[in-house]
Design a protein around this ligand. Structure first.
Ligand code: SAJ
Length: 441
């Protein structure tokens, strides 16, 4: 199939880069978002998301004359749905945006069109939820128009490169739909294009992020065990990872973002009796901010009334995305424990956590602090000079929850440095001579 026009529903982290990429590859693209603020900002030439290279790409797309933005779908050869699928407080998938997108595009759907769902969704969403909504237009998916599920799998921070280079899984409600999907994505995808059915493609996406969540739960549990046994988890992981078939991830204060910390629940919801391990990994990672808080409390000997500078609020390094961020959860818990917390997030300086004070600069957050806590290992925080931090602060307590700081340098600058996953003399142990005697630093 050949395409000359595309309508993209949802102009977020996936929809906007994808719409812009298609436009710079010659397709006439209309990008649609229900958020008036996003549409207006884009019309003014502003990009509302922080992603390396994205503002330049969006500008190039507008400059090509191929990209427009609108508030409602318009007729096109193909439609791409990239709307959020968050979880509700009871951990069920909120598919309202997918339903609304389907309802909005049904009236402009024409025979021969292709509809693609990219939003991460519980198994069978394409066939059981989206297909019936589109069929209300009087057209049958697989017969009158093509319908596919093709998961986005790009890593925030590297979206533009991964969009083109990653392998692309395309699952059709029938083989002809999958082939129609391949014809669309082969316009710019340089990675392999793999055709399958729609429900398998949904499952592939969920399995990838669930598998990562389980790996992260193992890393976080290893950090707790190392703490308990007076072991340095970073050293243990380094040694274990020299094994040819082992690749343990980095522990931290928890697992966040709108993908890895959300998607596994879609499997738990769809099949609770079959998803014990999946559920437990989620629970383990969700309780990791509590473990991180314990390390901070131990470092300070109690939090009530203590002045703490918290570095980073994003869900991972070098992004501005705060969704489901464990850093925010740790700050909330410090506030609840009575600490006076200052935060500094260089990628979102205005971002505020209730009860904490958001500073627009590093110097501001450090001034007068008794302790500095590294929550997110942004490159700028990894590169901090401990002597400079020492001159800005009042106290000399540092807590590294990411295993990112050079221990000797921080200690040489006069800090008492506490590192997540490094057994401390105060860690509970049945062996009184254990952690203290074995402490290496
Ligand atoms: N994290 C650690 N230690 C690590 C790696 C990550 O604590 O060693 C934490 C991060 O700080 C973050 C969380 O895990 O809080 C998730 O980060 P991530 O980098 O693992 O993943 P995301 O959420 O940025 O992107 C994932 C990717 N999925 C996989 O790698 C399987 C990406 O390819 C997906 O496209 C994306 O989810 C998505 O949109 O679903």
């Amino acid at each position: 199939m050949r395409y000359s026009s595309l309508c993209v529903l949802g102009l977020g982290y996936i929809g906007l880069p994808t719409a812009s990429t298609f436009a710079t590859h010659g397709l006439r693209v209309v990008g649609v978002d229900v958020n008036r603020g996003i549409v207006d900002a884009l019309r003014r030439g502003e990009t509302h998301l922080h992603e390396p290279g994205l503002p330049e790409l969006v500008q190039a797309a507008f400059a090509s004359g191929n990209l427009r933005v609108a508030e409602a779908p318009e007729p096109a050869d193909a439609f791409l749905i990239a709307v959020p699928t968050p979880i509700l407080p009871d951990k069920r998938a909120d598919l309202s945006a997918v339903r609304a997108a389907g309802q909005a595009l049904a009236p402009v759907l024409r025979p021969g069109n292709l509809v693609v769902l990219e939003s991460t969704s519980p198994p069978r969403t394409t066939v059981d939820v989206l297909a019936p909504i589109l069929a209300q237009a009087g057209l049958q998916p697989g017969q009158d128009f093509h319908l596919v599920y093709s998961p986005e799998r790009v890593l925030p921070g590297q979206i533009l490169r991964e969009l083109a280079e990653n392998a692309r899984v395309i699952g059709g409600v029938d083989p002809a739909s999958a082939e129609a999907g391949r014809d669309l994505y082969s316009i710019f995808v340089r990675g392999r294009i793999l055709l399958t059915d729609a429900t398998t493609a949904e499952m592939v996406k969920l399995m990838e992020n669930t598998s990562r969540d389980i790996d992260l739960a193992a890393a976080n549990e290893f950090a707790r065990l190392a703490d308990r046994f007076g072991v340095d988890v970073w050293e243990a992981i380094r040694l274990a990872n020299l094994h040819p078939r082992i690749n343990i991830l980095r522990p931290g204060p928890g697992v966040g973002g709108h993908c890895v910390s959300v998607d596994p629940w879609f499997l738990v919801e769809a099949a609770p009796e079959q998803a014990d391990l999946v559920r437990q990994a989620r629970l383990t990672n969700d309780s990791q901010p509590g473990f991180a808080l314990g390390i901070i409390e131990r470092a300070l000997g109690g939090l009530s009334g203590r002045r703490v500078a918290a570095l980073g609020l994003a869900f991972k390094p070098d992004v501005d995305d705060l969704r489901e961020s464990p850093a925010i959860e740790v700050v909330r818990r410090m506030v609840r424990a009575g600490a006076s917390v200052g935060t500094y997030e260089p990628y979102a300086p205005q971002a505020a956590v209730e009860g904490a004070h958001a500073f627009p600069s590093l110097a501001g957050v450090l001034r007068g602090a008794e302790a500095v806590v590294l929550l997110v290992d942004h490159a700028a925080f990894r590169a901090l000079e401990p002597e400079q931090v020492a001159t800005a602060m009042e106290g000399r307590i540092a807590v590294d929850l990411r295993g990112a700081w050079d221990r000797q340098a921080w200690r040489a600058a006069g800090f008492t440095l506490h590192v997540l996953g490094v057994g401390s003399p105060l860690a509970g142990s049945s062996d009184p001579a254990g952690p203290t005697a074995r402490q290496r630093y």
